[in-house]
Design a protein. Structure first.
Length: 80
């Protein structure tokens, strides 16, 4: 893991400390969670763009064919 040092306005630092305390985590953990969520959003956006470029019925059918045919775990997941 690497370290990053940033300068924050005092008001933002106080707000981050408040949110972290309310969440029961350190400021570092809070920022790591936020960075991870941003990374997930970025990945999702890339996947959406890729899907838009490859949007074909054949691709969709191939994707559905790759889904295993298993019974739902929960009864409310059944399609009737």
């Amino acid at each position: 893991m690497s370290a990053v040092t940033i300068d924050l306005p005092n008001a933002l630092q106080v707000k981050l400390e408040q949110i972290a305390k309310e969440s029961g985590v350190s400021v570092a953990e809070l920022l790591i969670e936020a960075a991870d969520k941003l990374s997930q959003i970025d990945t999702l956006e890339k996947i959406k763009k890729l899907a838009e470029r490859r949007d074909t019925r054949t691709g969709f059918d191939r994707l559905l064919a790759a889904v295993p045919d298993v019974d739902p775990v929960h009864p409310y997941d059944l399609i009737k």
